[in-house]
Design a binder for this molecule. Structure first.
Ligand code: UDP
Length: 495
């Protein structure tokens, strides 16, 4: 089918998108909704009030350019759990309390059910954390597509560990084991596994329910691209019989300057940071700056922040460092004065994708959240990997071991448990930074591979690219469902 015909047909389709209560899930799903809208699909994002504020700029920007993208706001189930009004996102909580969002999540079901039955969209794209949407959609006779906020590499690694439990055969938390049956040899140590695999959390108790709902859905839409993860899409299908569509890197959906800057944060502090970061970068040499950021909800102890500061000072490269913690407690004496000519410390929210795309940035220190990994790959930047929690150590394996475009910040194994997290010393960090930003064969090769991956990522979303086609295929599939439903309804009326 030619693309004009397919876009015209798509105009008849209404799709609802339901993001989970975490910024790292919300940003990419809103980007996906925007991509659907750009193909003429009438797109609505279901969101709670405090989270609506995080995505308002992106949605308003899209709507102002004439795209059919809007939000539908429903109340967060605050009264059903131990969360104060207005706290509706993991980023608004210290990591030790993030489980409270998981406690609240099932209480969102009645509102999802009410809105889906009331508006009867033609398809539902809902985060994997909302398994009930599979059954509501089935009841309404429409497809549910699961949104997987991770790539298929970490999903396949975790599924294999959950199935085969190789970590239980090790003699200690720091003893490496091979993850069985994967396209690449991936070694992990038990202490670096996500907490819900290592121990028992709310998520451990619902893993089967989540997997069943994923199987019952039409398939999974993924923020990634085939050139990076094709082998894992095949593996995922072989093991779970689940289809997947790669549509990323979706950050490129907001590639215009305004959308990029406002992505995920449009309060006055974020707006001031945006102007400050970009004009500061404008004055720097190409590829000279190290960008340092640990996502939307990670925190560090004061002692670790201090080592980080000293490490960046010792490394000697210009740096732009986003800090979410209270700075007064840990800043080494005279630090900001000493690095004033080459270091910028930003408190709060920074326009990450715009920063990574800036010509002055030459490397990225990242906690390996999935979005950050993909955004680093898209920008074609080598990375210093510093995972902290959830599946981030697994994403690190992709960056360092498979794509070979990064080095670890830490020399010793890490841990997803905050209490066990080893201190990364200033000298250790400066060494890792030198391996990424400095001269020499290793750094050159890493930069070359990073550039190649960046090129592939950008090509994937341009017309004719693999993710462009992935999105066309998914929309086409939904359109077919819609057409079949319409024709069986017409047949019932005719009889
Ligand atoms: N982000 C940003 N500015 C910040 C911090 C984070 O724009 O100051 C964005 C980043 O670009 C990414 C998302 O927030 O899209 C974080 O997602 P990721 O999966 O990397 O990490 P998480 O926050 O889920 O740990």
């Amino acid at each position: 089918m030619d693309s004009v015909a397919s876009e015209n047909d798509a105009r008849a389709i209404r799709v609802f998108f339901i993001p989970f209560f975490a910024t790292g899930h919300m940003i990419p799903l809103v980007d996906i909704a925007r991509l659907f809208a750009a193909r003429g699909v009438d797109s609505t994002v279901l969101v709670t009030p405090a989270n609506a504020a995080l995505i308002r700029a992106t949605v308003d920007d899209a709507a102002a350019s004439g795209l059919p993208l809007r939000t539908l706001v429903y109340p967060f189930p605050s009264s059903e759990c131990d969360l104060p009004p207005g706290v509706e996102n993991i980023s608004a909580l210290p990591p030790s309390d993030s489980y409270k969002i998981d406690v609240a999540t099932p209480f969102a079901r009645p509102e999802h059910e009410r809105l889906l039955r009331l508006h009867r969209p033609d398809a539902v794209v809902a985060d994997t954390h909302f398994p009930w949407t599979t059954y509501i959609a089935r009841d309404l006779g429409v497809p549910r597509i699961a949104f997987q906020a991770l790539g298929l590499f970490p999903v396949c690694v975790m599924a294999s560990v959950i199935r085969k439990r190789p970590h239980l055969a090790t003699s200690g938390d720091n003893e490496p084991f091979l993850v069985p049956d994967l396209p690449h040899p991936v070694h992990l140590v038990p202490s670096e596994l996500p907490d819900f695999i290592r121990g028992e959390t709310i998520i451990t108790g619902i893993l089967e329910e989540l997997a069943e709902a994923e199987k019952g859905s039409l398939g999974v839409v993924v923020n990634s691209f085939a050139e990076m993860e094709e082998a894992y899409a095949e593996h995922y299908h072989k093991v779970g019989s689940i289809r997947s569509w790669f549509v990323g890197p979706v950050a490129l959906a907001n590639a215009d300057a305004k959308g990029l800057g406002a992505r995920g944060g449009d309060d006055p502090v974020a707006a001031a940071n945006r102007a400050r970061c970009l004009s500061w970068l404008d004055a720097k040499e190409p590829k000279s700056v190290l960008y340092v950021c640990f996502g939307s909800w990670s925190h560090f102890r004061g002692e670790q922040l201090r080592e980080m500061a000293l490490g960046m000072e010792a490394a000697g490269h210009p740096f732009l460092w986003v800090v979410r913690d209270d700075v007064d407690e840990w800043m080494p004496d005279g630090f900001e004065r000493r690095v004033a000519s080459r270091g910028l410390v930003v408190r709060g929210w920074a326009p990450q994708v715009a920063i990574l795309a800036h010509a002055a940035v030459g490397g990225f220190v990242t906690h390996c959240g999935w979005n950050s990994v993909l955004e680093g790959v898209t920008a074609g930047l080598p990375m210093v990997t510093w995972p902290l929690s959830t599946e981030q150590f697994i994403n690190e394996k992709l960056v360092v071991g498979v794509l070979r475009m990064g080095v670890r910040a830490a020399e010793r194994p890490g841990s997803t448990a905050e209490s066990e997290r080893p201190l990364v010393g200033a000298v250790e960090l400066a060494k890792a930074v030198a391996r990424v930003m400095g001269g020499g064969e290793e750094a050159e090769a890493m930069r070359r591979r990073a550039r190649e991956h960046g090129k592939m990522a950008r090509a994937a979303v341009t017309e004719g690219g693999s993710s462009y086609k992935g999105l066309s295929d998914l929309i086409e599939e939904i359109r077919k469902w819609h057409a079949e439903r319409m024709s069986s309804a017409a047949a019932v009326i005719a009889t």
